[in-house]
Design a protein around this ligand. Structure first.
Ligand code: MTE
Ligand code: CO
Length: 431
């Protein structure tokens, strides 16, 4: 890494230490010289991977009873959720992060969905779990899990993003890896009952305006949700990616609040109270509000604005070859679909349109690609999402100009990765 004194337009992060880098002074690196993505069969001499019989050709493998519930190859052992140890005092009220850098497509595998708990993972026996609806309803009701299975159900793919995702980056580049800067997001297919059907079963009183979902964990997490949202697209979900919710994700029941901050997606859902006013719970007053420069706080910032991140190259995914390379990333918006993703290789001076591949669903992750040739010059990689409302993802400085420096939540500013001449990648900010 080139270190230079004096001013520069990029400020880098190495843990909590800040450095100033200077671009353009490329030194010889460890990057292979090939420009083709592959090699001719006779070009590399004797490659033992071709010429030798491999060990796994020579014995019988494990049988079909070896793994009743399958696990990934041991060679993928690094692809795991990770914690940032200094972030919280204990792991019970903490967060771990989705390994976004190592994933592809838009669906997050169940075992890799980031976790955020306020009181650890509740171990709930589904036979003893109940969902109660009370408050401003004609008939207060209690449902067992099997009662809920008799409602019509729907399957929908949504992202869930914690409002605190990228929160550590408000004052400058901090953490080296999109797993840590952006990994409080996951996207799965939920199976559940539209909340509207359950509320209609209990019968809403005419003055019903607000809902207060509550969790069965020791934190008893609760939030105020406007009734219109509950009647619009919320689900009471019991499956993710086709199988039962994982305990970490709220087994046996969680609320799905599409496009809105993850904190509202109450896990281990046991009760929904119907009221005529918001409750102003802890999670919507001292937490999950946005403190502005003048000391006032924004109330109820529910929707997650359009955001994107390049997942590869990224600090955990350096560039290994000159020539053809595939840049990939994720984009999402809590207000609809992502219509376009622009990518810059030079810190936002020039932009090109990336290719969105696969499904483009509202309030779900979108996967984008940009194939590019790398000649070994340093790069400043950025991506910028534009959603179906026309909203353009802002730069971090544009965001700070409006919000000041006191915020934690709702940081959807454009991320910059600096690629050095060796292909190593670091979290930086451009000014
Ligand atoms: N629900 C309960 N009951 N308890 C919690 O601690 N954490 C919330 C929300 N729902 C939480 C909860 C927060 S802050 C987020 S971001 C999401 O759940 C995280 O969901 P996940 O763990 O499935 O990623
Ligand atoms: Co959260």
């Amino acid at each position: 890494m080139n270190e230079a004194k004096g001013s520069s337009r990029i400020a880098a992060a190495t843990g909590s230490r800040r450095q100033f880098l200077k671009m353009g002074l490329g030194v010889g690196g460890a990057v292979a010289g090939a420009t083709l993505a592959g090699r001719a069969a006779n070009a590399s001499g004797a490659d033992p991977a071709i010429t030798e019989v491999q060990e796994w050709n020579q014995y019988l493998g494990l049988g079909t009873d070896a793994a009743p519930y399958g696990v990934p190859s041991p060679y993928e052992a690094d692809v795991v959720r990770r914690n940032v140890r200094w972030l919280t005092a204990s792991t019970e009220s903490s967060v771990n992060f989705t390994p976004l850098h190592a994933l592809d497509g838009i669906i997050t595998p169940n075992g890799l969905c980031f976790e955020r708990h306020h009181a650890g993972v509740a171990e709930v026996d589904p036979a003893a779990h109940r969902l109660m609806i009370n408050g401003l309803v004609e008939k207060p009701m209690v449902f067992t899990m099997s009662d809920l299975m008799r409602f019509p159900r729907e399957n929908r793919i949504y992202f869930l993003e914690c409002a605190a995702n990228s929160g550590m980056e408000w004052r400058g580049a901090q953490l080296n890896g999109c797993q840590f800067t952006h990994g409080m997001v996951h996207c799965v297919e939920y199976t559940g009952v539209p909340l509207r059907y359950i509320l209609e079963e209990a019968g809403l009183k005419t003055n019903a305006k607000w809902l207060m979902p509550e969790g069965a964990d020791a934190s008893g997490m609760n939030r105020s949700v406007p009734l219109e949202k509950g009647l619009d697209d919320c689900l009471v979900a019991f499956k993710m990616n086709g199988e039962a919710l994982r305990p970490e994700q709220g087994y046996p029941l969680r609320l799905v609040v599409p496009g809105w901050e993850g904190n509202m997606w109450v896990k281990w859902l046991r009760r929904i109270e119907v009221g005529d006013m918001p409750w102003h719970t802890r999670e919507e007053t001292s937490k999950y509000t946005d403190l502005m420069e003048d000391g006032t706080a924004r109330r109820f910032t529910w929707a997650m604005d359009a955001k994107s991140v390049i997942t590869s190259p990224s600090p955990q995914m350096p560039i290994l070859h000159k020539g053809h390379n595939v840049l990939s990333g994720l984009a999402w918006s809590g207000r609809g679909t992502v219509d376009r993703v622009d990518v810059s290789l030079d810190g936002g001076r020039n932009w090109q349109t990336a290719r969105i591949d696969g499904l483009s669903l509202p309030k779900a992750l979108h996967r984008f690609y940009l194939e590019f040739d790398w000649n070994g010059e340093p790069l400043l990689l950025q991506s910028r999402a534009i959603d179906s409302t026309g909203y353009v993802q802002p730069t971090k400085n544009e965001l700070r100009a409006v919000r000041g420096l006191n915020s934690i939540y709702h940081n959807n500013g454009i991320q910059t990765w600096h690629v050095n001449a060796s292909g190593e990648v670091e979290n930086v900010e451009v000014s």
